[in-house]
Design a protein around this ligand. Structure first.
Ligand code: ME8
Length: 647
């Protein structure tokens, strides 16, 4: 049987942030999971490159549109390659065969009587690439989705008969309660459709950056509406309208999207497919937003976290694990560095990493790195039963995209393994001459690690490859069938030493997010500022008021100490001209000795919320510049009184 998994195709108006990475990790995990189960799986991602938004972004960057699209599309592709995203195809909507496929789809919809020409008069939000009737706008002007000012559109347009599909859509939702995942999201879609669907304008005449209509329409004035063009990627990627061999993968099994674009995927997309006489996808799975300080992270707000920076600092698999474990599927999640570091240290390093180290250590000491499972069932049937219950629960969680529950359940295995070692203390049994029992516990834990690694492999493919190498077995569909479905034990292990999988990590100081604009509907004051702000955001500029929210001061370092067990941190007492000194924990140990700092002056961000680093409170941040040659502190050119304001 086939499985087909997709991500949205991302707009090329800016580089990827961790929201995009999350969607892509989710879909990649699902695709790897289906492959592990033995399905012939096709996984698609790519970039959405047409439309007014991209045309305007290219203009703002003074680049020809295609050149601009090429650069950003390549940056997405390179990032996914660096992150080992195992896609089968990376589609670009500027690909020639995609355009042919979209034209074919337009022709089919037209010949099925679903396309007609009329005149569109209404409003358009370029940022959302969405039409709105006046009645839906906030105060007659602002986009109900993103709050930005809309423009008025009056132009000839071809329309798609969306209204015709209202009943068929409602029937489909009712008969397929898992069409929209999580199920809790279905109601908003159903209510929207019940509220009445208007026919959809699917071509534009006021700009040219889009797919032309098919020759047969004999109308060169129109280009396709970007959402029609974009949604079709899911079938053109399989060759629709060209070489259709890969259409065997259609319908998609899971199409992962963010909740911002659920309406397009759960209403327009199935209606288009019905018009094309194609079956509908099995699941549209909509996840929540990653926020920063409670605000949706987005390119235009400038409050984004770069996935590359996080993965450079902490490793891409740790990032994958954290994102899939932290947030219940469908809900929003705040990206907290503290939570990230805590999960890596406690769940990956303590629960999983230590278990592997203990098995390597004990097998080396007790049985020359060979482990035989001969006595596991005799001494550990209770643990094996508990392990099998947890393993049996996993599939349902993954099918519903509940990766947090999946990982939580999987971690029960490590708890069983760690508890068995504590309770059965193999080192005591070795001394008491009960070697069989001691080795049975070691073998139990080796089997737990092997089975858990198979099931963890879709989330952490590289880490689990290291574990399977250390335990001398393969992670593939055969081992899945034997060890997971067949519940067998691995008879023999030849253990190899590997370096610790997850060395404990420390929080690296990252600046606080700039205060972002609220995402909610605009109030009066916001509306006044909206246009100016939009311009500034597009140029990645901040307002002077935002700058002055940061209190920068000259400080004198009066005490400096090394933080034991930390390669990076120094603990400083800094005089900022206040009654008491401030404690700053700074990641500069590799570049400055503690003694050399005492008595020197630095520039300090003095109004940061206190944060804890390795259990120590840090009440500020030092300004520093870092390049390939290392890091240097930013200091006043001449001595200044402690506490002098910088700005
Ligand atoms: O909407 N948190 O592209 P896009 C979580 N081209 N996920 C986020 C996110 C956040 N803060 N921000 C973005 C488009 N995403 C269209 C799609 S598909 C035929 C066309 C993720 O670049 C999430 O998956 O704006 C969201 O749906 C997608 O990126 C939007 O990416």
């Amino acid at each position: 049987m086939n499985k087909y998994i997709t991500t949205p195709i991302y707009y090329v108006n800016g580089e990827a942030h961790i929201g995009h990475a999350y969607t892509t990790f989710m879909a990649d995990t699902m695709a790897r999971y289906e492959k592990l189960k033995g399905y012939d799986t096709y996984f698609l991602t790519g970039t959405d490159e047409h439309g007014q938004k991209i045309e305007e972004s290219a203009k703002n960057n003074n680049k020809p549109t295609q050149e601009f699209a090429n650069e950003i599309s390549a940056s997405f592709k390179n990032l996914w390659d660096e992150f080992d995203i195992d896609y089968d195809k990376f589609i670009r909507t500027t690909d020639a065969d995609h355009k042919v496929g979209v034209q074919k789809a337009f022709e089919v919809m037209h010949s099925n009587g679903d396309i007609y020409k009329d005149f569109y008069e209404g409003h358009y939000c370029v940022s959302c690439e969405t039409f709105f009737p006046e009645t839906q706008l906030i105060d007659g002007e602002f986009c109900p989705d993103c709050g930005r000012a809309t423009s008025t559109v009056k132009e000839e347009s071809y329309f798609f008969k969306l209204s015709k599909y209202e009943d068929a859509l409602l029937k489909h939702y009712e008969e397929n309660p898992d069409f929209i995942l999580p199920r809790s999201r279905a109601n908003e879609v159903i209510n929207f459709v019940k509220g009445g669907l208007r026919d959809l304008s699917v071509t534009r005449t006021s700009f040219t950056w889009g797919v032309q209509l098919p020759e047969s329409m004999n109308d060169k004035n129109h280009v396709m509406y970007v959402w029609l063009d974009a949604l079709m990627n899911y079938i053109t990627a399989l060759g629709y309208g060209n070489d259709e061999e890969n259409m065997k993968y259609w319908p998609a099994s899971t199409q992962v999207v963010g909740k911002d674009i659920l309406r397009f995927h759960a209403i327009y997309w199935p209606a288009f497919l019905m018009s094309l006489d194609l079956p509908l996808p099995e699941h549209i799975a909509a996840h929540g937003w990653w926020t920063r300080d409670g605000e949706k992270m987005s390119k235009s707000k400038g409050n984004v976290i770069s996935p590359k920076e996080v993965s450079d600092a902490y490793g891409v698999e740790n990032l994958r694990y954290f994102m899939l474990r932290e947030v219940p599927f469908g809900q929003d999640g705040d990206f907290s560095q503290r939570a990230f570091v805590d999960r890596i240290n406690s769940e990956l390093s303590n629960d999983l990493g230590n278990l592997l180290n203990r098995i390597i250590g004990m097998s080396g000491k007790y049985s020359d790195f060979e482990i035989d499972s001969v006595d596991v069932e005799k001494y550990h049937s209770k643990e094996l039963d508990a392990m099998n219950i947890a393993l049996d629960n996993l599939d349902a969680f993954m099918q519903n995209m509940q990766t947090h529950r999946y990982l939580e359940e999987l971690w029960k295995l490590f708890a069983i393994g760690n508890k068995a070692i504590e309770e059965h203390a193999p080192w005591v049994k070795m001394k008491e001459d009960r070697k069989d029992e001691a080795l049975a516990t070691v073998a139990l834990v080796a089997n737990i690690l092997a089975k858990a690694s198979i099931m963890l492999s879709p989330v952490m493919p590289k880490t689990t490859a290291t574990i399977s190498d250390a335990l001398s077995f393969e992670i593939d569909n055969n081992s899945y069938k034997e060890l997971i479905l067949g519940k067998k034990l691995l008879k023999l292990f030849n253990i190899k030493k590997v370096p610790p999988l997850f060395p404990r990590i420390e929080e690296i100081l990252m600046p606080e997010a700039p205060k972002a604009m609220p995402d909610d509907k605009p109030n009066d004051k916001m509306k006044e500022d909206m246009k100016v702000k939009e311009q500034a955001q597009d140029d990645n500029l901040i307002e002077i008021g935002q700058f002055f929210q940061t209190s920068l001061k000259v400080g004198t370092i009066v005490e400096a100490q090394e933080v034991k067990k930390s390669k990076k941190l120094l603990k400083l007492q800094v005089d900022l001209g206040e009654e008491t000194n401030k404690q700053v924990v700074a990641g500069i140990k590799e570049f400055y000795s503690a003694e050399s700092l005492v008595g020197t002056q630095v520039c300090v961000v003095a109004n940061l919320k206190p944060a804890k680093l390795m259990g120590m409170v840090s009440e500020g941040m030092l300004l520093a510049a870092k390049d390939e040659d290392g890091l240097c502190l930013v200091r006043p050119e001449k001595p200044k009184k402690a506490g002098t304001t910088i700005g």
